[in-house]
Ligand binder design. Structure first.
Ligand code: G6P
Length: 744
């Protein structure tokens, strides 16, 4: 209200002054115009007076009746305008005059008066209009009549007019000012709302479809800005194939002026473990770590994670910091220590017994305990404090990973409001009905909406999330731009399919042929033996049992593979403290044993189950040695095993069987896509893969490899960072507009 008043006065006062000025300037013009009109009027009146007196005066002059002439002239001047009359003879002598005739005027004045146009004289008694007319009898001029009209009424009228003009312009000024203020106010509000909406990404076109003419220049500027942003995006997309650690580093430097990057995940990238041989460094079996680690190497910064290794404390400094990778340090790992209770409640409990089955819908019931939730909340707080600890500025880039930290984005936002928070949810997001069973659904959504960007692997998961928000919290959702406005803060919800680093660094550097031969030796089979491969954590979402059932069905349907084909399952133990995982491991072992008992003999076993941790090089050797890789997840955010297998096959051979329920199936179309619940279908796909001609393998694999190369994890990170940079710019413009409209 106060602002509107201030704004109004700023418009009103200058406009009023201008109007009054215009009024005063226009008065002389109006004066002279009126004078001319009145003079012309008096010219006409004078000729009319002359005509009406001509005959009578002529006769009286002839009869020399001077007194009657005087009386006639006096009578004529009874008219309030006709001030005085005089008669001049042919010699220019004033022979008769009314009493009012000024002594200062004589007959010579007639020489100054033009024909039909009077003369205005300023006399001491005021301005007079002087006109003359010759009184004739036939051709003879008897006398000249001098007529003086009073012009004081002109002055009176002129003063009145001046007064009215000033009043009129002042009133007009006020009216124009008020209308201008009203229009400007509405336009400004509309414009600001339009720009704000645009900056929020709500329909860029709408507010500017028919811009008001007065806003044209500003709209032009904003359009140019948007064009720049869009071009930038297009260009960046076009260079997708060129994404690498270097481009990522440049991006950070150009768009974020080298701002620090803080990454948070539960699982640490390097685990120090105490073994009989001393402290060893292990890499965890985690898709998340596989993907994100190369990004951190490129960006440097700090990675905050739970220090869960038995030798982690002794391998870090007092603050839990250690430079990694060991031997070639590129960034800092900051370890956070959790108590057994915290780990049990936050990690095993709420994250892995609650959220994991909730989001995967793999027919394992989620378990929600208040105690677990409390630990989850407390551990998220602990990580939030660590983020603030590690941040050297008030606007760091914070990359939050996965379902262990649903509350962290909001907690960081509250502590560092200017931070750019990019949260990535590495697992699926279910539909609102499924998610709705979580007792803390609103808290989780609120937590996640503290992010600047919230990423999922697929558009499908984004839509599920938006619908969940719609169902459970009061937020404004723009489906078109995929943004959620909640509590005055905007979150971009976008799909960023994760990937792996390209090219792959192979420390073992073994050729495909060498790997094939070596692995077959380990398996105790000959070189022509075909090998199928599964690589997973021992997790019920991965479809390991379903896969083994498909191998069994293959042998039933196509007995010609008996003794010619083996299926190797590398299964990394995972979350083994949980009953569900122990039951699952037992089930996997039992299934393998049962199939082997049914089809195998002393020299050949169809299923080779390797329940143990394998390092990256050894897994890569299996990828290169096998003929078919099977990824049959019942539900999976992305599944990077599929992409790792493709990346390992620089010989363009091998076939990928891929579950339609893994995010990767949305990208890797040349794989044999299967429904893991349909055992026969998977068995037939396996049969087809084992017999696939080399040229078909090559065609499919070449195309898969191109995709993984062009859409590497550097592009995944780069796209998120570019989007974040764009949002940061938009927020800055929005803040500037706010500042401007505050001060306006
Ligand atoms: C999935 C999750 C990751 C997790 C990984 C391994 O990929 O999305 O966050 O790190 O599984 O699980 P773990 O519980 O061993 O870290």
């Amino acid at each position: 209200m106060f602002r509107t008043l201030r704004l109004s006065l700023r418009f009103l006062v200058p406009l009023l002054l201008a109007m009054v000025g215009v009024a005063y300037l226009s008065v002389p013009l109006v004066d002279s115009l009126m004078q001319r009109w009145f003079v012309r009027d008096l010219d006409i009146r004078s000729s009319f007076v002359a005509r009406s007196l001509e005959e009578q005066v002529g006769e009286l002059l002839e009869s020399k009746s001077n007194s009657r002439i005087d009386a006639l002239l006096e009578r004529a001047t009874a008219d309030e305008r006709l001030f005085a009359l005089g008669l001049c003879d042919a010699n220019g002598r004033l022979i008769r005059r009314t009493h009012s005739f000024p002594t200062s005027i004589d007959c010579s004045v007639s020489r100054r008066v033009g024909a039909g146009a009077g003369l205005v004289l300023d006399l001491p008694q005021g301005a007079v209009h002087v006109a003359t007319a010759e009184l004739k009898r036939g051709d003879e001029t008897l006398a000249t009549l001098v007529m003086l009209h009073d012009m004081s009424f002109v002055q009176r009228r002129s003063e009145d007019t001046r007064k009215y003009i000033v009043i009129l312009f002042t009133v007009l000024g006020v009216a124009v000012a008020l209308i201008t203020i009203a229009v400007a106010h509405l336009s400004w509000r509309g414009w600001v709302a339009g720009v704000r909406a645009m900056l929020r990404g709500e329909g860029v076109i709408r507010p500017f479809a028919h811009p008001r003419p007065e806003l044209q220049p500003l709209v032009g500027d904003l359009r140019a800005l948007l064009r720049d942003m869009q071009n930038e995006r297009r260009e960046q997309d076009e260079i997708a194939a060129r994404w690498n650690p270097e481009t990522l580093r440049h991006l950070l430097h150009d768009q974020f002026s080298g701002d620090e990057v803080i990454l948070v995940s539960n699982r640490e990238p390097y685990i120090h473990v105490r073994t009989a041989q001393g402290v060893q460094v292990q890499r965890p079996a985690s898709g998340l770590v596989t993907a994100v680690e190369p990004v951190m190497r490129a960006c440097s910064g700090t990675w905050i994670a739970h220090g869960g290794g038995s030798a982690d404390r002794e391998s870090s400094d007092a603050a839990g910091r250690v430079r990694v990778p060991p031997g070639d340090p590129a960034y800092t790992l900051r370890r956070l220590w959790l108590s057994k209770e915290e780990e049990k409640g936050y990690y095993y409990g709420f994250a892995n017994e609650g959220l994991w089955p909730l989001c995967h819908i793999a027919h394992v019931r989620p378990v929600f305990r208040t105690e677990d939730w409390d630990h989850y909340h407390a551990v998220n707080e602990k990580f939030a404090r660590a983020v603030v600890d590690e941040a050297h500025s008030d606007d760091p880039i914070v990359l939050i990973q996965d379902y262990h930290f649903a509350l962290l984005p909001r907690m960081v936002r509250e502590r560092l409001p200017r931070a750019t928070i990019i949260t990535f949810w590495h697992i699926p997001w279910p539909n609102p009905e499924s998610f709705g069973i979580c007792p803390w659904r609103a808290e989780i959504i609120n937590g996640l909406l503290g992010s600047t960007i919230l990423g999922f692997h697929t558009r499908f998961h984004c839509n599920n999330f938006l619908q969940t928000v719609d169902r459970f919290v009061e937020a404004r959702i723009e489906y078109e731009s995929s943004t959620v406005s909640y509590g005055g803060h905007l979150t971009q919800v976008e799909s960023y399919p994760i990937s792996i680093a390209w090219p792959v660094t192979d420390t073992a550097a073994e050729t495909v042929a060498a790997a094939r031969a070596r692995i077959r030796r380990i398996l105790g089979v000959d070189d022509s033996h075909l090998v199928g491969l599964g690589v997973d954590r021992l997790d019920y979402t991965k479809g390991i049992v379903e896969r083994m059932r498909a191998v069994e069905r293959l042998l039933e349907l196509h007995p010609e593979w008996t003794g010619r084909f083996s299926f190797v399952q590398i299964a990394a133990p995972s979350r083994s403290s949980l009953d569900e995982y122990q039951r699952f491991e037992a089930q996997v072992r039992a299934t393998a044993a049962q199939i082997n008992a049914r089809f195998g003999d002393a020299s050949w076993q169809p299923v080779r189950l390797l329940v143990e941790h394998h390092d990256a090089d050894s897994v890569r050797a299996y990828y290169r040695a096998c003929d078919v890789c099977m990824v049959t997840s019942l539900h999976d955010g992305m599944n990077l095993v599929a992409k790792e297998f493709v990346a390992a096959r620089d010989d363009d051979r091998g076939t990928l069987i891929l579950s339609q329920f893994a995010g990767a199936s949305r990208e890797l179309h040349e794989a044999l896509i299967v429904n893991p619940y349909h055992t026969e279908q998977v068995a037939e796909a396996l049969h087809r893969a084992l017999g696939m001609p080399e040229h078909e393998q090559r065609e499919r694999m070449a195309s898969l490899r191109q995709l993984v190369r062009d859409f590497s994890v550097y592009r995944w990170a780069g796209r998120m960072l570019l989007d974040a940079a764009r949002l940061r710019r938009r927020e800055r413009i929005a803040a500037r507009i706010d500042e401007y409209s505050e001060s306006a």
